[in-house]
Design a protein around this ligand. Sequence first.
Ligand code: 13P
Length: 287
Amino acid sequence: MLVSAKDMLVKAKAGKYAVGQFNINNLEWTKAALITAQECNSPIILGVSEGAGKYMTGFKTVAAMVKAMIEELKITVPVALHLDHGTYDGCYKCIEAGFSSIMFDGSHYPIDENVAKTKELVEVCAEKGMSLEAEVGSIGGEEDGVIGKGECADPAECKQIADLGVTMLAAGIGNIHGKYPENWEGLSFETLDAIQKLTGDMPLVLHGGTGIPEDMIKKAISLGVAKINVNTECQLSFAAATRKYIEEGKDLSGKGFDPRKLLNPGFEAIKATIKEKMELFGSVGKA
Ligand code: 13P
């Protein structure tokens, strides 16, 4: 069932668990995410970066594929199709393409411009029944060409954006996209605590979910995080399983070169990673 992310995140925040956003890249990724969500009876958010959207030939293709797959696979758990780190133009393209949720990443604009553009999108999304994620304070590292410095968000600015009526708020708290460096200082729980105190019931979003230790994930959820984004970890598990298949020479035996066979270990690996995250985030059985 394709839905806005609003209800699932309000429930998650109240129930002290988090819904996973898993980024998709192609048919295998999408199928793995949907089947795992159904098997775990968990809500799920499918994240699509602008780069991944382009790779899949455009947002309309993605929306059509996801909607058809939900129907063909008889997926009954709530599924949100969400633009990840959207530009202003990208947001409008996804609204038109039939996404159920968007993120407008205005964190690189001066706060007044971030506020003005977010405010406009709040109204458009309300009209369409879509959910909207906003961002304050950039997430460190690089994702699909979007590079962030990784500074912690200013809690007062978070309140300013939250008060506009966004559905969920991503706030930089020392999190980084991709693998964490050895000398990473960890999440800033003081910042998170201050943000949650000022923003109340607002579901908070933790980007850069790959490689954050379990205890930090649990603490972040206890301090109001209700959505956690995971991208790189699925890519790493897909790549490792595919590498193993080829290194074992399985593509050279019988019909092992058939793409449905060749991509299957990676597909199963993505499923296992998503299941593990859903268990950690506490969303299993919460559909
Ligand atoms: P990771 O790639 O670090 O898991 O981050 C994903 C993310 O935050 C998507 O916006």
